[in-house]
Ligand binder design. Structure first.
Ligand code: MEV
Length: 312
C-alpha cells in the first residue's frame, strides 16, 4: 500500500494578531512552505517526532498526537514529520504540523480530510500546543487561502468564521526574522494582564485594530496595495502601543520600509523578536539584498492571480 502523504501550510498574519484573541477580526494567509507528514502502516498508532525538535517540543507533539489519534479511533499508522519551516519562528509551524498530521490521521482512519474535518482535528492538537489560541493559525493552514478570520465560540466545535479574500493583484510579502523570538504564550499572557487591569483603554486599541482590518480587507479586494500597506503600518503602531514590540522588531520594520515596503509590521506574537513582514510589489530584489546582509528571509505570495509560492 502507498504511504499516505499530507501537507500543512505555515502562515503569516497580515493584520490583527493579538486582538484576534479577543474576538476582533484578523487577515492571515498561507505560506507555500510548512510541514509534510507521511504515514506508513504500523502495529499501533504512533508519531515519529522530528529530530530537530527539542525535548519539550517532542513531549508536546506526542501529547497532541495522542489526543487527535484517540478521536479518530487510533488507526494503525506511523506518522513521520518533515518540517520545512523553522519550528519556533512565529510562522505557524505548530498549526502546520497539526494540519499535516490531522490529514494523515483522517486518511488512515478512512475519512476524507476536508478543510472542515482537518481544521476540527487540528484544533484539538493546537490546544495542546497553545492552551487557548484564537484558531486563526490552523484555520489558515487548513483552508490554504488568504482569509478574513473572526473567532467565535460555536457549539459545533468550529473556532471561528473564515471568509476568503480574493485580490485582483498579487499580495506578496517579504518575511524576515529579527532578534530572539519570544514564546507566544508569554506575549499573549502579558497582554492579558494589562488588558484585565485597564480594560477600557485596551478595548479602544483592539477596536482600532479591528477597523484597520476591515479597511485592509476592502483594500485587498480592490487591489489597493497602497491602502493595505498603510493599514499595516498603522497596525504596527498600535501593536507597539499594546506593548508587543521591541527594538529588534522596530529596526527590521524600519529597514523594510526604507527598502520601499508599502507597509511593514511584525507578524504573530511579537516580543523580543520573531518574524517581520514587508509588503512589496517586487519582493525578489529585497530578499536578495537582505540575504546578502545576513538576514534570514524569504518571499511569499499570499493571494492574487497565479499564486506562485515562495522563493527560498
Ligand atoms: C499567533 O500566531 C497569533 C496570536 O494572535 C495568538 C493567537 O491568535 O492565538 C498572537
Amino acid at each position: 500500500k502507498n504511504p499516505l502523504v499530507a501537507f500543512g501550510a505555515g502562515k503569516v498574519i497580515l493584520l490583527g494578531e493579538h486582538s484576534v484573541v479577543y474576538g476582533y477580526p484578523a487577515i492571515a494567509g498561507p505560506l507555500s512552505i510548512g510541514v509534510v507528514a507521511r504515514g506508513v502502516p504500523s502495529r499501533s498508532c504512533v508519531l515519529d517526532v522530528p529530530v530537530t525538535a527539542d525535548a519539550a517540543q517532542k513531549r508536546m507533539m506526542r501529547k497532541a498526537f495522542a489526543r487527535a489519534a484517540r478521536l479518530v479511533g487510533e488507526p494503525k499508522v506511523k506518522v513521520t514529520l518533515e518540517p520545512q519551516l523553522p519550528l519556533s519562528a512565529g510562522l505557524g509551524s505548530s498549526a502546520a504540523l497539526a494540519v499535516a498530521t490531522s490529514r494523515v490521521l483522517l486518511q488512515a482512519a478512512g475519512q476524507a480530510p476536508t478543510p472542515k474535518e482537518t481544521a476540527r482535528l487540528a484544533w484539538e492538537m493546537e490546544q495542546e500546543f497553545h492552551g487557548t489560541p484564537s484558531g486563526v493559525d490552523h484555520t489558515t493552514s487548513a483552508e490554504e487561502k488568504l482569509i478574513l478570520y473572526r473567532r467565535v465560540q460555536a457549539p459545533s466545535g468550529a473556532t471561528g468564521r473564515a471568509r476568503e479574500l480574493k485580490s485582483p493583484r498579487p499580495v506578496s510579502v517579504v518575511v524576515a526574522l529579527a532578534g530572539a523570538r519570544s514564546p507566544t504564550k508569554l506575549t499573549v499572557g502579558a497582554l492579558r494582564e494589562r488588558q484585565a487591569r485597564w480594560p477600557e483603554r485596551y478595548k479602544r486599541l483592539f477596536g482600532q485594530v479591528g477597523r484597520l482590518v476591515t479597511d485592509a480587507a476592502k483594500a485587498v479586494e480592490a487591489g489597493d496595495l497602497e491602502g493595505l500597506g498603510d493599514a499595516m503600518n498603522v497596525n504596527q503602531g498600535l501593536l507597539n502601543a499594546l506593548g508587543l514590540s521591541s527594538p529588534a522588531l522596530e529596526d527590521m520594520v524600519f529597514r523594510l520600509r526604507s527598502m520601499g515596503a508599502l507597509g511593514a509590521k511584525f507578524t504573530g506574537a511579537g516580543g523580543d523578536g520573531g518574524a517581520v513582514i514587508g509588503l512589496f510589489s517586487e519582493p525578489e530584489p529585497v530578499v536578495a539584498r537582505l540575504t546578502r546582509d545576513g538576514v534570514r528571509c524569504f518571499a511569499s505570495q499570499l493571494a492574487g492571480p497565479r499564486a506562485q509560492g515562495d522563493i527560498p
